[in-house]
Structure formats: C-alpha cells, structure tokens
Design a protein around this ligand. Structure first.
Ligand SMILES: [Zn+2]
Length: 368
C-alpha cells in the first residue's frame, strides 16, 4: 500500500525527530563507502577561533544511508518494473519519497518536473579533536591486482587518515516522518555504524562506534514530537570546542531528568508527575506506541515527556533507551518493506503517481 509522510493524507501520524549522537572512530579511517577510495585527502575545515577540524560531510552520510536503505528495499521491491539506484532514482519508491530526488535528471515524464526535497536533514559533523590530533598521513604500497606485486617506490601511496579515537557529534533532523520512515533512517544509521560502512578502513578494525560516557551509556539522544515542539535543546556544543569532556557534559545533562524538568517548567511545559509502576503500565497499555510487546521485550523508557494542559507534545529517549527506540522503528521499516511483496510495491507506485498528479494540478492552478 501507499503510505508516505510526504502526503497530507497521513498528516496526523507524522512526527519530527532529532537524533543527536557522538560517533568515535575505532581505527585509521577515511569517510566514504569505498566508491571514492582513491581520495587521499581528508576533508577539513577551519571553524571559529581558527581551529581546524576534520569533516564528516552530511551529504556523504546521506549517500551511505541511501545505499543501505536501497539494499533492504531491494529484497522486496519489484525491480523488474523499474530499477532505482544512485543516480538513476525512480521517484516512486518509499526511499525516493523520503530522501528526495531531482526530477529533471530522470527519464520518467511523470516526475521530470518534480523536485522532491529530502525529509531527512543530515548536518555536517566536525571532529571534536583538532586536525593536529585527529588526522595523520600514512603510506601504503599500491598492490597491482593482476601480478600481486607492489609497484616499488612508484607505487607508494600517501594518504591522510583520521586516527582512532576521533569523535564526531552528529545531528540529524527528520521532518514529517511516519514510524517506518524513522525506521528507514534508524536501520541505515545503526547498521552503518555497526558494520563500519561510513568509513573506508585503511587498517584493521577501522570503523565507528557510539562514544560512551563515563557511566558506559552511549552518547545518543532522540527527541520525538508529533507537533514539532522541542522546549529542551538538543545536546549541542559549538564546533570550536576541542574537549570531549564538554561534549560528554552536554549529553549527560541531556539525559538528566531533573535538569530537564527545570527547563520544561521554565518554558511552561510540564513533565508528568511520577506514578506508581502499576498506573504507568495501565497508561502504557492504552497508548498505541506503548502497547505491550509481543515478545515481552521492555519498551524504551523516555527520560522526559513534555506536556501542556495534559496534552503530550513530545518525549526524549537517551542512551540505551534511545538505541532501543531506534531498533523498534527499524522493526517498523522491516515490516513495511516486507509488505511490498505480492503487489504491495505496485500499490505504492500507484499511490505515488496519484500524489504527483495532485501536486501538478495544484501547480497548474497556482499558475506555475
Ligand atoms: Zn526510487
């Protein structure tokens, strides 16, 4: 079936989500997924105060994520009907409608004058450590694949790499997304970190992991709001900060329920009073998001819920609970994509087409 947050039809189910997470390199790495392996220079930028930082570009992160989403989609999507890959995007599949595409470069006349923006915004990340500590050069022998020999001194290849233990605070905002769309991002994000796909490793174990704070909690905060109201700030630090401890403090404060409650009160929002576990369970059973899990798995517990006149506006998950919230949404993505089998993909494409027809009619009416 057709279900996408892009359409007003599903407005009531859409959410805005902010994912803040610190990722740490675990070996000598370069960013990219191997398609640009010949790049020998690491991207760098001078930030406020003249400090130079290594850059983890948002566009690069989005590219790797899109490929990972495609891989999963392709398990169930009927590619015989129409293929969809970078750069020949189809514009009519679940990931195109989430991550956007430029119609002008496409063959299909239906989408040629459609310019669909991504509903997931990937911010560019800067290393906490300055490049003096974060980047080094190393040389490697270029091996001739055919003869299995090196080229001798002519084949010595110098490249810049990011060293292990370099931290990148990453921020991603998802607009107008349904649960399965949050899940598409969650799937790509969690699997790309786990499987080391954001980086091309130039030495063993080169990948990334979630940086842990002093208490062993992963530094990750996920804010979810149906109305896009976030009275508590995401745990951010200025890009010129070079101390990991400052970043850590922002994330520890970001999961401190009492501190958050103070801020919420100050801005006219209330954190609901503590309830007995029994009451909480009853309430949990009534809300669809919190319904008991089939497998008896504990539901992720929000560290904060913001309310106004008893109406909930949003909630924050932090640390392991944030990871388990994302894992739950990954499950929604798996469920949604597997429903694309046996005619599901066809129905989705039809829905996409009628959505574009409506957009075109509106454009015409507006004289565009
Ligand atoms: Zn597509």
């Amino acid at each position: 079936m057709f279900k996408s947050g892009i359409s007003r039809e599903f407005e009531s189910e859409t959410k805005t989500v902010i994912v803040s997470a610190v990722l740490e390199t675990t070996g000598h790495v370069r960013f990219g997924d191997g398609t640009d392996i010949n790049i020998t220079i690491t991207e760098k930028d001078v930030v406020a105060g003249g400090v130079e930082k290594a850059v983890f570009a948002g566009t690069k992160r989005r590219g790797v994520d899109r490929r990972t989403m495609h891989e999963l989609r392709n398990k169930w999507w009927d590619l015989e009907e129409e293929d969809c890959f970078i750069p020949m995007l189809c514009g009519r599949c679940p990931t195109c409608m989430l991550l956007g595409f430029t119609g002008t470069t496409q063959k299909n006349p239906l989408i040629r004058d459609i310019n669909c923006k991504s509903r997931i915004l990937y911010a560019t990340a800067y290393s906490v450590q300055p490049t003096g500590d974060a980047v080094t050069t190393h040389t490697r022998n270029q091996v001739n694949e055919r003869s299995q020999t090196t080229h001798g001194s002519a084949g010595i290849h110098t490249e810049e790499v990011i060293v292990a233990g370099t931290n990148f605070p990453t921020y991603t905002t998802l607009h107008h997304v349904l649960d399965w769309e949050i899940g598409a991002f969650a799937h790509a994000f969690l699997e790309n970190v786990n499987q080391g796909r954001y980086t091309a490793a130039s030495r063993a174990q080169g990948g990334m992991r979630f940086t842990e704070d002093a208490k062993g909690e992963p530094m990750i905060v996920v804010d979810v709001s149906e109305s896009g109201v976030f009275p508590i700030p995401a745990p951010k630090v200025p890009t010129n900060v070079s101390e990991l401890s400052e970043v850590e403090r922002a994330f520890i404060n970001g999961r401190d329920g009492e501190k958050l409650e103070e801020s919420l009160k100050q801005f006219g929002f209330n954190r609901p009073p503590e309830k007995s576990s029994n009451q909480q369970e009853n309430e949990a059973a009534s809300s669809s998001e919190e319904r008991a899990d089939d497998e008896g798995k504990p539901k992720p517990k929000p560290v904060s819920i913001w309310k106004r006149r008893d109406m909930e506006f949003g909630r924050r998950y932090a640390g392991k609970d944030a990871l388990s919230y994302l894992r739950d949404r990954q499950g929604d993505f798996l469920d949604f994509m597997s429903s694309m089998e046996n005619g599901g993909a066809k129905a989705f494409r039809k829905g996409a087409e009628s959505y574009y027809e409506k957009v075109k009619e509106k454009k015409k009416a507006a004289g565009e």
